[in-house]
Design a protein around this ligand. Structure first.
Ligand SMILES: [Fe+2]
Ligand SMILES: [Fe+2]
Length: 114
């Protein structure tokens, strides 16, 4: 578990975090193309950030500006990783390891207020 290692206490957000972890677990599955899974994981994550922000707004949760800024920063970083993986300049397993670390850090640093 990486993104879902801590529950934030909202069912929808926790479900989306578990879904991202499910993608990450598929990297290394010998029947799947790891490049494709990394790209799909990053696409799912970027759409999750937006969905999380919209959900918090709808539920009147007070998502901090720092949390939103962190989404922007991670989006740029993940887009860069995706490009390097897609053009074979970055190993998919190193990319997956980096993504897991990013999410582990994000869940510990950005969700105290939810
Ligand atoms: Fe999230
Ligand atoms: Fe977040």
């Amino acid at each position: 578990m990486w993104y879902s290692i801590l529950r934030v206490g909202d069912g929808e957000i926790d479900r989306q975090h578990m879904n991202i972890d499910a993608y990450l677990r598929q990297i290394g599955d010998k029947y799947q193309d790891p490049t494709e899974i990394v790209v799909k994981t990053i696409d799912a994550l970027i759409s999750h950030f937006k969905s999380e922000e919209d959900h918090c707004e709808n539920k009147n949760y007070n998502m901090s500006q720092d949390h939103k800024n962190e989404h922007l920063r991670l989006k740029e970083k993940l887009t860069e990783i995706k490009m390097h993986v897609a053009t074979k300049q970055l190993d998919q397993f190193i990319a997956a390891y980096t993504i897991k670390g990013i999410l582990y850090e994000h869940i510990h640093n950005s969700y105290q207020i939810l």
